[in-house]
Design a protein around this ligand. Structure first.
Ligand code: 2P0
Length: 324
């Protein structure tokens, strides 16, 4: 017997970032996070549950993933679905990205979110998005935020079961339609230290981690308020401070590793001086610059002059959807 479905999910860029876990198996975070779902950066996945398969198989852009990589990410999601239906039915997953999957554009987030949504559809489970976000979280933390559009909050939760660690849309995509994310790709090199390894190292070794958690506690609601009021200046400043705060913890971790490079630092300096935009960086050197659409060309020109290989201007996504 075979049953299949296809879904598409947006990547997301975190404003308040997830960096550190209280539980590794369930990807329960030390802090709540907040992201924007991105319309122009996505992953489309077809999931085929097939009783004749003896193991899960995942293909990304026609390349087959190693067994270990399947087990650590998509396999965890498929395992949850198997236990829900009470059958050892394996799946073949075919994912396509519209961006280089090694460029640190949160490919695991959009990929895992699209696999979660397609699996729910293929198995006819009709789970709601909140429940799906908990399943996606187990595959990869940041993936839970890609189950929603607009501005998304991931609640850290306090329970060991993870039942209260789910996502919700706090503001829809049409709330701030002028806001865009300008993403520049300077490097497509695969990072030497994965986010998973890096955040574990930071949680164990960084003495700034505690200060960062205090900073998040003090400012999370202010970020939400700035978004609700479309208070550009406050939102941009907080966005840059939250990016700096995560990268400060990373630089404080031991043994040393870091993601920003000389281009990243040049971008940070220019954006701050420009005054009408905000930079933010994931676990990689490629900048995301939030800016109002009517100023986006200034940012694009700057990034091209600095030697960006590719520049993407993304609007805010409405969220993932099943493809018919
Ligand atoms: C985020 N990042 O909030 C932060 C900012 C990267 C920097 O979530 O171990 O791939 O699969 O839960 O979600 C990337 O880490 O880690 C990430 P796992 P994940 O977007």
């Amino acid at each position: 017997m075979k049953t299949e479905a296809e879904a598409i999910a947006p990547s997301n860029i975190a404003i308040v970032k997830y960096w550190g876990k209280r539980n590794r198996e369930l990807n329960l975070p030390l802090n709540p996070s907040l992201s924007i779902s991105l319309n122009e950066v996505w992953v489309r996945s077809r999931v085929i549950f097939d009783e004749s398969l003896r193991d899960d198989e995942v293909w990304i852009n026609n390349l087959k993933l190693e067994h270990r990589e399947v087990k650590d990410y998509a396999g965890r999601v498929l395992e949850v679905f198997r236990s829900m239906v009470g059958r050892r039915i394996f799946a073949k997953v075919e994912s396509m990205t519209n961006f280089p999957s090694s460029a640190g554009l949160a490919s695991s987030a959009a990929g895992i979110a699209s696999i979660t949504l397609a699996s729910n559809e293929a198995l006819g489970l009709n789970l709601n998005t909140k429940e799906l976000s908990k399943i996606a979280r187990i595959g990869s933390g940041s993936a839970c935020r890609s189950l929603f559009g607009g501005f998304v909050k991931w609640n850290a939760g306090v329970l060991d079961s993870g039942e209260d660690s789910f996502c919700e849309e706090i503001v829809p995509s049409n709330h701030w339609p002028e806001l865009v994310d300008v993403i520049a790709i300077f490097s497509e090199e695969k990072k030497k230290v994965s986010s998973r390894t890096g955040m574990e190292s930071s949680a164990l070794s960084s003495s700034l981690m505690k200060c960062r958690l205090d900073f998040i506690q003090r400012t999370f609601e202010e970020v939400v308020d700035a978004i609700r009021k479309k208070d550009q200046e406050r939102f941009f400043n907080l966005t840059m401070r939250h990016s700096n705060s995560m990268h400060a913890v990373i630089l404080d971790s031991w043994p040393p590793f870091f993601y920003l490079n000389d281009k990243s630092l040049q971008v940070m300096r220019w954006v701050y001086e420009y005054g009408k935009a905000a930079y933010t960086f994931d676990a990689g050197p490629n900048p995301h610059i939030l800016v109002l659409e009517n100023n986006a060309s200034d940012v694009v020109n700057f990034l091209q002059d600095l030697g960006a290989k590719k520049v993407i201007v993304s609007k805010i996504s409405d969220g993932p959807r099943v493809l018919k």
